[in-house]
Structures are given as structure tokens and as C-alpha cells.
Design a protein around this ligand. Structure first.
Ligand code: C2O
Ligand code: CU
Ligand code: CU
Length: 525
């Protein structure tokens, strides 16, 4: 289908993904924008500016220039095969990048940390969208500034459709209001305003936690939906917080169905009453709201398994010393202590958003389709080489991969294009959960071992896996003491126009850990 055909046909379903109130990143109000105001087609973007929206509070925003109009904090929609061809402009006082998280993409378009755009500079980026349908996203990745910039509002959603995605919405008879794409973050709110990013050294070790949920940039988010099926594509956009999502209806939890993960639809849906997803992970869920009046999406209490690690030296970032913070505050400095009253700890219950069910029921909704996609089971070839990595804590630097803090000019290892490897990633027993993320390629989870805590209780599938381990992934949480085996595949679609050596990153997506050196570069050759 061409772009115009897609925009017309997609108006009922994907268009609803824009029915999302996406307020300006500087405001803490409940302003709801009309659906068409935030929706931007990937191929229509001519220029994507990264700006400081509110210098005093350090809040930032993306502005998509479409030639005839500009859209702040856009939600980008696309279909497999679409082309992004735009200039990225850095109007921040710090280096930035635009990283397209989850996309199969050449190094030149990946926006990785070793490829930043200096303040005032621009960069031309072009790529073809090769991924399955699903919720992808874009965010900054400049080495040392990622956490601050993402927290300050630079998180964008990219909703990709394909034929399986269309068929699902038709089968669910989804009302236009009932498909939502939501980025869930947590912010520190003090005196009614969003506090700027000001972690202490302690926060830089465990992560920067907020006290209120921000959904697509807004506090106290509510959505009005029609009776029947609701499809929610949700991103955990927190810097460091895990989310154990459930839907409260009074005292009970409403059952829902997991439809998909980071890289698109599962083969078949799974019925659940809670689902865990850590930072950068996505879940696609369907919930039947017929006969209900309101549902409150919450993160339930869980044991976050943060061990007391004593003190790590505050990491000194040569880059950070050259540029001021976005707001006039100190970042990662010890001495200020941990201001616990300003944050809700990881694993504590937190209210996320509310769904109000309005309008008359039109009878029982259709059954969920039994088959959502033709995704095969996760398998690794019997002779696949095994690459082992260890996640550890080092008192001098903090959390590290294979005892090696990140170096921007180092290539930790190379893999041959087209090969399939098993990655065995082991987290140390005295640690905390690390959501590990691979750039440029997706992977499948083969098995987990040594799992304790909340993940253990959610392990309902073969090989100690969780239901979220059944889909295509680009980020996987690894709990303390746990070993996870991943099936990677460094093949590219036949026509992909990026051969030759390509560099990518593998890192922890707790953004304080990422800035704190828990990251490696690797090359595909
Ligand atoms: Cu979402 Cu390397 O990042
Ligand atoms: Cu990424
Ligand atoms: Cu980590």
C-alpha cells in the first residue's frame, strides 16, 4: 500500500494511537490533543529538531518539521518498507543523538553513543523500515547525557503496522478510541512541577526514580474508551523503574491478554493478570472492558532485588565536564545524600493511568484470534557458538559488563554477518536487575536459570521463561543471580542496503547504568 492508502486505511486503528494526549514536555497539565495533531508519518518528516523547551526546568522536546507544518512531541507511524529521510538538528546545549530503538538499521542511522551530534550541528539520516509491526521508539544516546535528556522529555513513540497488525484490529473490531500507544515514565514532581534531573551519586548507582507516572508526557493520564476490546501498546520509558503492570477494577484485577512484545506479535495470545516489563521493554495487550466502568492501570508491589552495594565512586565523565546540565543543578555528585522523600522506590505500588469506559455496550466483543502471527518458536542451531558475558559490580566504576567499563573507541567483539549465536548472560548474585539491550538486531529468549524473586513467580513457560520471553525482543531483564540464554541472529533481509562493517552497542537500559559505563560496542563484519 502506498503512503496515502496507508494513512486513509490506518485512520481507524493506528490513528487512534494518536488519540493519545501528548502534552508539551514542559507542562504537567491534562491537555488532550485531537488525534490528528500528533500523528506524523515516518516518510513525511523532513527535519527532526531536538530542542530545549523550557530552559529553567531543563525540559526538552522533539519537533517534527513536515514542510507545511511542525508537530511537537510527535507520535510517528509507519509501515514496513517506509523510508525515513530527514535532517536531525541538535538545538540543545549538549551533544545528542536520535537512536531508533529496536529497528534493524545501519550504523549511520542508529544514533548510537559513539556517533553524537554536537550542539548546533545537524545530520542527514536515511533508512528503510525493515521491522515487523510493533511499538518501537526513539530517544537520545549521547555518551554521558542519555539519562538526563530522556528524563527531560526526549522520548518518542514509533508505531509500526503490517498485515498481521491490520488483521488483529479487524478481528478485535477495535473502536477508533480503543487503540492506544503509551510511553510510561516516572518523574519527580515537587510543588506541582516536574523537578529537573539532579541525581545524587547514590541515584547514579541504583537509578533515578520519580514519584509520579507520566504518560506520554502528562501526569494523571486518563483515556476514554468504548466498551469492547482495548489494545494498549505500552513502553516502559522510565530511567530505571521496573513495572509490574495490572489493571485494578475496585478490589480485583481484570484479566488481560498479552499480544506482543518488543518486536511485534506473539504467535498466540497469553491470558494474564499481571505482566512485568523493565525499562525500554514494550508489551502489547488486549483487555475486554465490556461491562466495566473504569480500570486503573498500576504497577503492583514487587521485590526489586536491589542489593546494598555500598558506595561506588561517582563516575567522572570527561564529556560531562565540557557541557552544563540542561537545568542548573548538580548531576551524580555525592554529599547531597539520597532525597528519599522525593521518590517512590523501585518495586513500590504506583498508579499509572486510568481508562474510563464510556458509551453503550454493543454486545459481547468478538473472540480473540487464536493466531496472531506466524512467529516460530525460539530455537538456536545446535552448532551455534556460545558467547558468554558477565554482569558485575565494580567498586571503582559501578556496574560493568565483563569487568570492562565502556570506552567509546573500543570494539569489544566482532560477529560475522549472517551468523546465529547463543548469548549467555550471567548477572552476579549480589547485584540488581539489568535490562540488557542489543542495537540493530532482535533476539529470542531460550531459557533462564537461577531466577529468584518476582520473575520466578511469573515464569510460566518452558525453560523458566516468562510470557514476555516468548516474543521477539531487543531488551531483556536479567535478575541478580540469573543466567539468560538468548538466540541472536545477525542476518539481514536480502535487500538491506547496509553491508560492510557496522558498529552497534550492547548495554544496560537502566539509563543511569548506561551513562555509568555499563555498555560495550561490537561490530558486525
Ligand atoms: Cu534504547 Cu542503546 O538504547
Ligand atoms: Cu536501542
Ligand atoms: Cu543495569
Amino acid at each position: 500500500m502506498n503512503r496515502r492508502g496507508f494513512l486513509a486505511a490506518g485512520a481507524a486503528s493506528i490513528g487512534a494511537a494518536l488519540g493519545v494526549p501528548l502534552t508539551g514536555c514542559a507542562s504537567a497539565t491534562r491537555q488532550t490533543m485531537p488525534a490528528s495533531d500528533r500523528l506524523v508519518h515516518l516518510s513525511a518528516v523532513r527535519r527532526l529538531a531536538v530542542e530545549l523547551a523550557e530552559p529553567v526546568g531543563g525540559r526538552c522536546r522533539y519537533v517534527a518539521d513536515l514542510g507545511d507544518r511542525q508537530v511537537a512531541q510527535p507520535i510517528i507511524v509507519a509501515r514496513r518498507g517506509d523510508i525515513f529521510d530527514a535532517v536531525i538538528e541538535n538545538a540543545l546545549p549538549q551533544p545528542t543523538t536520535v537512536h531508533f530503538h529496536g529497528l534493524t538499521i545501519p550504523e549511520a542511522a542508529d544514533g548510537a553513543g559513539f556517533d553524537s551530534i554536537a550542539p548546533g550541528d545537524r545530520k542527514h539520516v536515511r533508512f528503510e523500515l525493515l521491522n515487523r509491526s510493533g511499538l518501537y521508539w526513539f530517544h537520545p544516546h549521547p555518551h554521558g547525557f542519555t539519562a538526563e535528556q530522556a528524563y527531560s522529555g526526549l522520548v518518542g513513540l514509533l508505531v509500526v503496522a503490517d498485515d498481521d497488525d491490520d488483521a488483529l484490529d479487524v478481528a478485535l473490531r477495535l473502536a477508533p478510541t480503543n487503540r492506544l500507544a503509551l510511553a510510561i515514565a516516572d518523574a519527580r514532581v515537587a510543588g506541582g512541577t516536574l523537578a529537573p534531573y539532579a541525581p545524587t551519586a547514590e541515584d547514579c548507582l541504583h537509578g533515578w526514580f520519580g514519584n509520579r507516572a507520566l504518560v506520554n508526557g502528562a501526569l494523571d493520564a486518563q483515556r476514554s474508551v468504548a466498551p469492547g476490546w482495548v489494545r494498549l501498546q505500552l513502553l516502559n520509558a522510565c530511567n530505571a523503574r521496573g513495572l509490574l503492570l495490572a489493571f485494578r477494577d475496585g478490589d480485583s484485577l481484570a484479566p488481560f491478554h498479552l499480544l506482543g512484545t518488543d518486536g511485534g506479535l506473539l504467535p498466540t495470545p497469553r491470558e494474564l493478570d499481571r505482566v512485568f516489563f523493565h525499562t525500554a521493554e514494550r508489551v502489547d495487550v488486549a483487555i475486554n472492558v465490556a461491562g466495566r466502568r473504569a480500570l486503573v492501570a498500576v504497577s503492583l508491589t514487587f521485590d526489586p532485588r536491589h542489593h546494598d552495594l555500598g558506595k561506588a565512586a561517582a563516575h567522572h565523565h570527561p564529556e560531562r565536564e565540557r557541557y552544563a546540565p540542561l537545568a542548573p543543578v548538580a548531576v551524580c555528585e555525592s554529599g547531597s545524600g539520597r532525597s528519599d522523600s522525593d521518590s517512590i522506590p523501585d518495586g513500590a505500588e504506583m498508579q499509572l493511568f486510568t481508562l474510563r469506559i464510556d458509551g453503550a455496550s454493543t454486545g459481547a466483543p468478538p473472540p480473540l484470534p487464536v493466531q496472531l502471527s506466524t512467529l516460530a518458536d525460539a530455537l538456536a542451531p545446535p552448532d551455534a557458538p556460545v558467547r558468554r558475558m558477565r554482569l558485575d559490580f565494580d567498586e571503582r566504576v559501578g556496574f560493568v559488563i565483563d569487568q570492562t567499563p565502556y570506552r567509546i573507541d573500543e570494539i569489544a567483539f566482532s560477529v560475522n554477518r549472517g551468523t546465529r549465536e547463543v548469548w549467555e548472560i550471567k548477572n552476579s548474585p549480589i547485584s540488581m536487575p539489568h535490562p540488557m539491550h542489543l542495537h540493530g538486531f532482535s533476539f529470542r529468549v531460550l531459557r533462564r536459570q537461577g531466577t529468584f524473586g518476582p520473575a520466578r513467580r511469573l515464569a510460566t513457560e518452558s525453560g523458566g521463561r516468562l510470557s514476555t520471553d516468548l516474543g521477539v525482543k531487543d531488551t531483556v531483564v536479567i535478575w541478580p543471580n540469573e543466567t539468560v540464554w538468548l538466540a541472536t541472529d545477525f542476518a539481514l533481509p536480502q535487500d538491506a542496503a547496509f553491508h560492510g562493517r557496522q558498529r552497534y552497542m550492547f548495554h544496560c537500559h537502566n539509563l543511569e547504568h548506561e551513562d555509568g559505563m555499563m555498555m560495550r560496542n561490537f561490530a558486525v563484519v
